[in-house]
Design a protein around this ligand. Structure first.
Ligand code: SF4
Length: 322
């Protein structure tokens, strides 16, 4: 065993502290950020804090593999659509791959015992994840290490256990005190993280999942969403969203006002005539003066004219969490 380690780095304060502790312990480390469709960070910002310490940043992007996990997580979801156990196992596996590739001997994470995320809630979950990813004894969690069994790196004297911490729970005070000690000036608030834990986003994504539309996940955070039978209508709320939705015109059934400025919308699945009529009424509901709506599909178009906007009580039943 050598003193080389891979630090799983999320960009949050806890993993940044883990990096600082590892550097202070004299370990040779490289950081790994795992980019998933629902956990994105500004890479420039991520790098800034590492550059100060001379730590290299590796980035691994997981897309299809991650969507498959969300579709069918082996170990279930947390409170929303967050498949934390499966997600952490996958991240550990990716860290293990980098560990083996770079000749490192162990992995370091910023995990804190009994903190909020499902995967870190208790010792059992923490241990379960490392066993499932084939990393028993090889994951050092410097912030909570003294509350956990010694890792191989500690047993072999590569890491001095006395220089590790015994932080647990949801209070951020110990971490903030450490940030001060290490002169860390910029770090992210703990809330800026995984979109799958946000109820509003997760509710929309659940509908995508149920209707076999998960591949369109990049549209889940755009516009107002309405469920019409087995279809989802997305209506632009502003100019920026108008441009994004209009740019999808060739891929989806598309609606826009014809006689006056207004909004636009797409259906994520091919629509029936009844659905198109309802969608046109919804488009008018969010367009001040218009009465006519143009519908485009596969280079054909149809005009729905002299319509009235949909009534509010009908609209409420179709709305997906706003
Ligand atoms: S909160 Fe999100 S990123 Fe974190 S372990 Fe859970 S699913 Fe993965």
């Amino acid at each position: 065993m050598n003193n080389k380690a891979v630090v799983l780095y999320s960009g949050g304060l806890d993993s940044l502290l883990a990096v600082h502790i590892a550097v202070n312990l004299g370990l040779e480390i490289s950081a790994l950020f795992i980019k998933t469709p629902f956990y994105k960070k500004d890479i420039k910002t991520l790098k800034q804090n590492l550059d100060k310490l001379g730590v290299e940043l590796n980035i691994v992007e997981i897309d299809t593999q991650y969507l498959n996990i969300i579709k069918k997580p082996k170990y279930g979801y947390g409170k929303n659509l967050n498949p934390c156990l499966d997600c952490r196992i996958l991240m550990f596996e990716k860290a293990k791959e980098l560990m083996e590739k770079t000749g490192a001997s162990f992995i370091i994470t910023g995990e804190v015992l009994s903190q909020r995320p499902f995967s870190q809630r208790n010792k059992t979950n923490i241990m379960f994840i490392q066993t499932k990813s084939g990393l028993d004894g090889l994951v050092l969690r410097p912030l909570s290490a003294k509350l956990l069994p010694p890792t191989l790196a500690e047993q072999e004297g590569i890491v001095d256990r006395n220089k590790l911490y015994s932080i647990s729970g949801r209070s951020r005070k110990p971490q903030l005190a450490l940030a001060k000690l290490f002169n860390i000036e910029y770090f992210e608030t703990p809330s800026g993280g995984c979109m799958l834990t946000e109820p509003h986003f997760a509710n929309r994504l659940k509908i995508f999942l149920n209707l076999d539309l998960l591949d369109q996940y990049n549209l889940a955070n755009i516009g107002r969403h309405f469920r019409i039978d087995n279809n989802v209508l997305i209506v632009a709320r502003n100019e920026n969203e108008y441009d994004i939705i209009a740019s999808q015109k060739k891929s989806f059934d598309f609606f826009e006002t014809q006689d006056s400025a207004g909004t636009c919308a797409i259906f994520l699945k091919q629509s029936s005539q009844e659905q198109q009529f309802l969608a046109s009424q919804i488009v008018l509901r969010y367009s001040k003066k218009a009465k006519n709506v143009l519908f485009y599909s596969n280079n054909n178009y149809k005009l729905f004219n002299n319509l009235k906007p949909i009534e509010e009580d009908k609209l409420i039943n179709l709305r997906i969490g706003e």
